[in-house]
Design a protein around this ligand. Structure first.
Ligand SMILES: [Zn+2]
Length: 158
C-alpha cells in the first residue's frame, strides 16, 4: 500500500505535493526517486541544467547523474521545507526518499533541496511556513549565512 497521495500543496500554492496517508515511522522508505540516468557530459551539454540549482538533478557517481524531471517520477512533486521530514537516500544508481522523523497522517512529505549558499539565493524564496523557515531555499548547514538566528541555534543544538 502506498504511503502517500498527491494533492494540492500548502507549500507550493501553484503546484502539488505528496501527503502521508497514514502515520509513518522514522526510517521508512516512502518512494523511489526515478528518472533518466545521464552522463556528466550530457549534464554539462544540456542547457536545462545551466542553473546552479537544478532541483531534479542528482549526482549518482563520478560518471552519472540522474535527471528526475520526468513525468513518471512522482517524487519530483516533493517540496522543500526548512523543517523537512524526509531526505533523499541512495545506493549505487538507485535513489529513494526516507522519513527522517515520524510523520503524521496528512502531513506534507518534504525534503531539503540542499542548495548551497551563493549570491543568487534570493531567486528561490521558501514558503514552507515552518517556525524556523529561513525565507529562502538554502540547505540547513548554510542557513546561518542569510539569517543569524540559525547560527545561534546551530551552536546550541550541536
Ligand atoms: Zn522554509
Amino acid at each position: 500500500m502506498s504511503l502517500y497521495r498527491i494533492k494540492k500543496s500548502n507549500i507550493d500554492r501553484n503546484g502539488r505535493g505528496l501527503y502521508a496517508v497514514k502515520n509513518i515511522k522514522e526510517g521508512t522508505k516512502i518512494i523511489d526517486y526515478v528518472g533518466k540516468i545521464i552522463t556528466k557530459k550530457q549534464t554539462e551539454e544540456n542547457p536545462k541544467f545551466d542553473n546552479n540549482k537544478p532541483i531534479y538533478l542528482f549526482n549518482l557517481n563520478s560518471k552519472y547523474d540522474l535527471d528526475g524531471d520526468v513525468s513518471w517520477n512522482t517524487a519530483r512533486l516533493i517540496n522543500h521545507s526548512c523543517s523537512n521530514n524526509c531526505d533523499y537516500d541512495g545506493k549505487g544508481l538507485k535513489l529513494w526518499v526516507t522519513a527522517i522523523r515520524d510523520i503524521k497522517k496528512n502531513e506534507e512529505i518534504t525534503c531539503d533541496y540542499g542548495f548551497g549558499y551563493d549570491s543568487d539565493y534570493k531567486q528561490f524564496p521558501c514558503k514552507c511556513g515552518s517556525k524556523n523557515c529561513a525565507g529562502y531555499i538554502v540547505r540547513e548547514g548554510s542557513r546561518w549565512r542569510i539569517n543569524k538566528k540559525f547560527k545561534k541555534s546551530h551552536r546550541i543544538n550541536r
